[in-house]
Design a protein around this ligand. Structure first.
Ligand code: SF4
Length: 62
């Protein structure tokens, strides 16, 4: 699975980082980014992060 953040819409609420720090982090630009692929047990957390992003800018694909 691959994760992607459309930074153009990210409001830097950090919810995804709190939910799934194994995949998401705040980059040098102050916006969220996906730095690792969500696999195995981390997958569910990445899905939760995607579903809870208030501006729906996280996408996941197999
Ligand atoms: S949850 Fe969404 S808006 Fe919040 S930091 Fe993550 S990508 Fe950005």
């Amino acid at each position: 699975m691959k994760a992607h953040v459309d930074k153009s819409g990210c409001i830097a609420c950090e919810l995804c980082v709190e939910t799934c720090p194994e995949v998401f982090r705040i980059g040098d630009d102050g916006l969220a980014e996906a730095y690792a692929e969500p696999d195995g047990s981390i997958k569910d957390k990445a899905v939760t992060a995607r579903d809870n992003c208030p501006v729906a800018v996280i996408s996941l694909e197999d």
